[in-house]
Design a protein around this ligand. Structure first.
Ligand code: ADP
Ligand code: MG
Ligand code: MG
Length: 963
């Protein structure tokens, strides 16, 4: 191993490359691969061939081997909870079976041995005698996974043990009921016989008996049904129902193993990205049957150790007396709340409370458990971590810490960051039963109602007079921005989750439904068609951006709940994390919101969004149309005070936190109308001119011309001509600016180099705002960020302007200005030249949207609208790299740029401001490569804060997937 290269103890992962003289990919990856290879080969894999573990011996922590259910049954048994005796067949046996297509040699012998032990422990006998041992056969993989096999109950029944059971219980009805259930379930699960073959006979007997409910059937009916079921098995499988109970058991085990590769299970794993690493194969749990249906001193139920809806620390759950487990779930009878047990079965209730306490203090987590009471004895049949809503999860974290049940770290680690999304937006009242009129993509979460309007200007006008509006467009463009500000929500009929509408709405934290193709917007007629309905401008609609549903009328919404508990958890998160969390925010309003979400600064303020506001756009257009530097400077002179005022407000809101301002980035044509729009406007203006000329000719025939009413008195040929000339100049400019690929064209710093006065104006506005804030006694920390940089020379040029202006200002101000100068890293070349860039830059911010486009050679819109979904579906790519940072590709460049940048400048501040910066897995990677901060849209800030804490707390478990 080269000197200075450390391998992190315990994991074997290479984490410290400081000994390498310079960043060098081949060496790094070779080392990582070597050490990882060594890990998989010498790691602490259990190499023994034991395939069967008694509940008394199995390792309760080894869910991969024993499955979740099995591991917990073992664990509970070993800590003294009353679990019916049983054993687990491992997931490795399952994998062996699937590979060889037969059970591993000796497996059934080991099973036989365990069965004998069960016989000893219970005093019952398997397959014979008058106290027969019956078992359940239950599947269970490392992750709970619906869609796998049904549990077989009462295995071990045959003609002989049936007689025994009748004799033992004296209850013929009970015995036959168990028998017919077992034959059907076994027939279905192990022999593949469809339910309908059984149901047919069942219904027939029921009808003949004249009963509606199953419970009204008598023993004789159930006996008849059992006989018929046996013949169904004979007919459908060509074999007699197995009387040999070991054969029953073997067939059941094989069926469970096969269900791992069943279609439902395979689909489920694909849908939820469950990799073999997370769960591989299913275990089989074989558990002595206990009966909750042997009389009124019997019961069965399910419980939660705390209320999963509110998080309240109370007994929660339901039970049924004289019933079997599945009856509670199946809803055949209405179960009673657990609290009723206090009166009905006081002793068992007390035991249940004790069970609940034991489970929680042992697992240090809210548990979801199953129990059965057989003749007064309480058994626990299953436990697992309880799934709760976001509010309950947060509350239980704080409560369990206060109760000293868990540490702060555990309290943070048990909350899935994405879960917080639920708490940060208004949601539709769940009591509402209104049917949606259309559906689109859930593009930005939250719910809102308002009058629909079809253009941004009207949205702004109505918004100003206090109307709540929903902006409805086919798709949106940057010039619609003022409509976004005014709207409660945005609805588009075209575009995906990353369309302009979606991205801007998310940034503002407003709900958005995008690509609702069922809606056909006709702006001209001021209406939209939705199926056969017509939506007129002004009609009230409701959007649910979390589901993509659109409703007619106003549906009540529930305000988001930023509870005290959530504040507490997030405060803990900030204390634990290394990464700081900033927000992407372009306006003082967005900045204020970001502060509420706990942003520790602004990581990206896009100045072009300020240019688009309706009071600035005309000046911006003048600037673009200017044919010479002087005219351009004149327009910029008008823009400067407006920008400065923006910055003063923004800095003030964020004081004392940093605000990173990106200099102008988009190509200029984005501020101008399209060629098509201009052609139409010019046509209209020409028509006007003809009308005005005609009017003048007509007026000339009067001796004393009559006074014209407004606005005709003012409409002169001169005015119209002026407008025409302006539009024609615009058209000329639009044609001049046209580019084949504007995103790779004249934009970013390239604009700043071509028109230095634009950047100079922005820089001056930032610096003067800094002075003004300082004069107001505020501590502000602006950071000037240059976009699209590829070479140090570009930075040097912009830096020169900054230095010149700074010198001037500092002279007047009499003090040093405190700010940072840096660059966005969003081109591949910037990554490779990071060392040289760092000579000029005090900070880097990875613009991972553009960087991802560059690394993949994908244009984002085309990728997302055309082939990316297909790539994800067929698993060529696992995620959308525009949502989740592509660690293997883009991540390598990030890593390299960090390394090279810091080599030049030790204290280089580095962050990420692409959309991926709000994604927990991406945040984990950012922590790992040593970034200082992530920046994301305001509403994702709380999620990112928690994710940043979790990245730190679980850094030891970080699995490097770069190689
Ligand atoms: P699931 O994962 O669908 O809950 P389970 O294997 O937990 O499947 O079992 C289904 C039902 O059968 C549950 O209600 C469970 O409590 C009950 N059950 C399973 N094994 C036994 C047993 N040995 N004795 C009594 N009831 C059982
Ligand atoms: Mg269960
Ligand atoms: Mg960019």
């Amino acid at each position: 191993m080269p000197p200075g290269i450390d391998i992190q103890p315990g994991t074997g992962f290479v984490t410290d490359f400081s000994g390498l003289p310079q960043w060098h990919a081949p060496i790094r990856w070779a080392i990582i691969q070597l050490t990882n290879f060594a890990n998989t080969n010498t790691g602490n894999h259990d190499m023994n061939d034991k395939r069967v573990y008694s509940f008394a011996d199995g390792d309760g922590h080894n869910k991969k081997l024993l499955g979740g259910k099995g591991a917990n049954l073992c664990e509970m048994t070993q800590i003294g909870i009353n679990v019916p005796p049983g054993f687990v067949i491992t997931t490795e046996a399952c994998l062996d079976y699937l590979k060889e297509n037969r059970l591993p040699a000796g497996l059934m012998d080991a099973v036989q041995e365990e069965i004998s032990r069960l016989e000893d422990a219970t005093g019952k006998t398997f397959g014979r005698g008058d106290d027969p041992l019956l078992v359940s056969v239950r599947s269970g993989s490392a992750l709970s996974m619906p869609g796998m096999m049904d549990t077989i109950l009462n295995l071990g029944l045959n003609e002989a043990t049936l007689a025994g059971l009748i004799q033992q219980t004296g209850d013929e009805r009970f015995a036959y009921d168990a028998y017919r259930r077992f034959i059907q379930l076994f027939g279905k699960v192990a022999l593949g016989i469809e339910d309908e073959h059984f149901d047919e006979h069942f219904e027939e007997v029921k009808q003949r008996a004249g009963v509606k409910a199953d419970v009204s059937l008598e023993a004789s009916h159930l006996r008849e049904i059992s006989q018929k079921f046996l013949s169904v098995v004979r007919r459908e499988s060509g074999q007699d129902f197995p009387q040999d109970v070991m054969l029953q058991l073997q067939l059941a085990v094989e069926a469970v193993f096969r269900s791992w590769m069943g279609r439902r299970a395979v689909d489920y794993r694909r849908e939820f990205h469950i990799t073999p690493d997370m769960a591989n194969g299913t275990a089989v749990n074989i558990c002595t049957m206990v009966f909750g249906n042997m009389g009124d001193d019997c019961a069965t139920g399910v419980g939660f150790t705390r209320n999963p809806g509110t998080g309240d620390n109370e007994m929660f759950g339901e039970y049924l007396t004289n019933a079997q487990g599945e009856d509670v779930v199946a809803g055949i009878r209405t179960p009673k709340p657990l609290q009723n047990m206090k009166d009905e079965m006081p002793q068992q209730y007390a035991e249940l409370v004790a069970l609940r306490n034991t489970l929680e203090s042992h697992y240090q987590e809210v548990q979801d458990y199953e129990f059965t009471i057989e003749k007064g004895t309480l058994y626990c049949l299953q436990t697992r971590n309880g799934k709760m809503n976001a509010a309950a999860t947060v509350k239980t974290s704080v409560d369990m810490f206060d109760e000293k049940l868990i540490s702060k770290e555990q309290a943070l680690l048990r909350i899935e960051p994405e879960l917080l999304e639920q708490l940060l937006h208004p949601s539709l009242d769940p009591a509402s039963t209104v049917e949606p009129i259309a559906t689109g993509l859930p593009a930005s979460p939250g719910a809102a109602s308002g009058k629909c309007v079809f253009d941004a200007d009207l949205a702004e006008k109505l918004g100003k007079i206090g109307d709540k509006v929903i902006l409805v467009r086919e798709e949106t463009r940057p010039e619609d921005i003022h409509g976004f500000f005014a709207a409660e929500g945005i609805l588009t009929s075209r575009g995906g989750k990353t369309s302009h509408a979606a991205v801007v709405a998310r940034g503002m934290g407003k709900p958005c439904v995008a690509g609702a193709e069922g809606i056909i917007v006709d702006v001209g007629l001021r209406q939209a068609h939705v199926g056969e309905h017509i939506l007129h401008e002004g009609d009230v609609i409701t959007l649910d951006g979390a589901t993509g549903m659109v409703y007619f009328g106003a549906i009540p919404t529930i305000a988001p709940h930023f509870s005290e508990d959530l504040e507490t958890v997030l405060r803990w998160a900030d204390e634990a994390a290394d990464l700081k969390v900033m927000a992407n925010a372009d306006t003082p309003d967005a900045a204020r919101k970001a502060r509420e979400y706990g942003a520790m600064g602004i990581g990206l303020c896009r100045t072009e969004r300020m240019f688009n506001a309706s009071d600035r756009l005309p000046i911006v257009i003048d600037m673009i149309l200017a044919n010479n530097e002087a005219d351009r400077k004149e327009a910029l002179g008008r823009l400067m005070p407006i920008q400065r005022a923006d910055f003063v407000e923004l800095f003030t809101v964020m004081s004392p936190h940093p605000v990173t301002v990106r200099l102008l980035d988009p190509p200029m044509h984005e501020f101008l109308p399209t060629e098509q729009q201009l052609l139409e406007q010019i046509d209209t203006l020409r028509l006007y001119r003809d009308v005005v000329r005609g009017r003048q000719t007509a007026l000339a025939t009067f001796v004393t011309p009559p006074e014209l009413p407004k606005p005709f008195d003012e409409l002169s040929e001169e005015l119209v001509n002026d407008a025409l000339i302006k539009k024609e100049r615009m058209l000329k400019k639009v044609r001049e600016l046209q580019e084949v690929n504007p995103m790779l064209g004249h934009r970013g710093v390239r604009l700043g180099i071509a028109y230095p006065e634009i950047y100079a104006m922005q820089i001056q506005a930032i610096l003067e705002a800094t002075v003004e804030c300082a004069n107001n006694g505020l501590s502000v920390r602006p950071e000037i960020m240059v976009p699209q940089v590829i070479t140090a020379q570009e930075l040097a040029k912009v830096r020169a302007t900054v230095d010149e202006l700074t010198e001037q200002l500092e002279k007047d101000f009499g003090k040093q200005l405190r700010f940072k100068f840096g660059t966005m890293i969003e081109t591949v070349r910037a990554c490779t030249r990071a060392r040289q860039l760092a000579a000029h830059a005090e900070f880097f911010s990875f613009g991972t949207n553009d960087l991802t486009q560059a690394v993949f050679s994908f244009s984002r819109e085309d990728a997302e609208n055309k082939f990316l979904p297909m790539y994800n579906e067929s698993e060529i790519l696992q995620d959308n790299p525009f949502e989740v940072l592509d660690i293997q590709g883009v991540g390598q460049l990030v890593d390299m740029a960090v390394y090279r940048g810091r080599e030049q400048r030790k204290d280089l501040k580095i962050g990420i401001c692409g959309e991926q910066g709000g994604h927990p897995n991406s945040i984990r990677f950012c922590h790992h490569v040593g970034l200082d901060y992530v920046s994301c849209s305001g509403p994702r800030v709380p999620i990112a804060r928690l994710a940043a804490a979790k990245a730190k707390l679980s850094e030891k478990e970080f699995v490097d997937v770069r190689s």
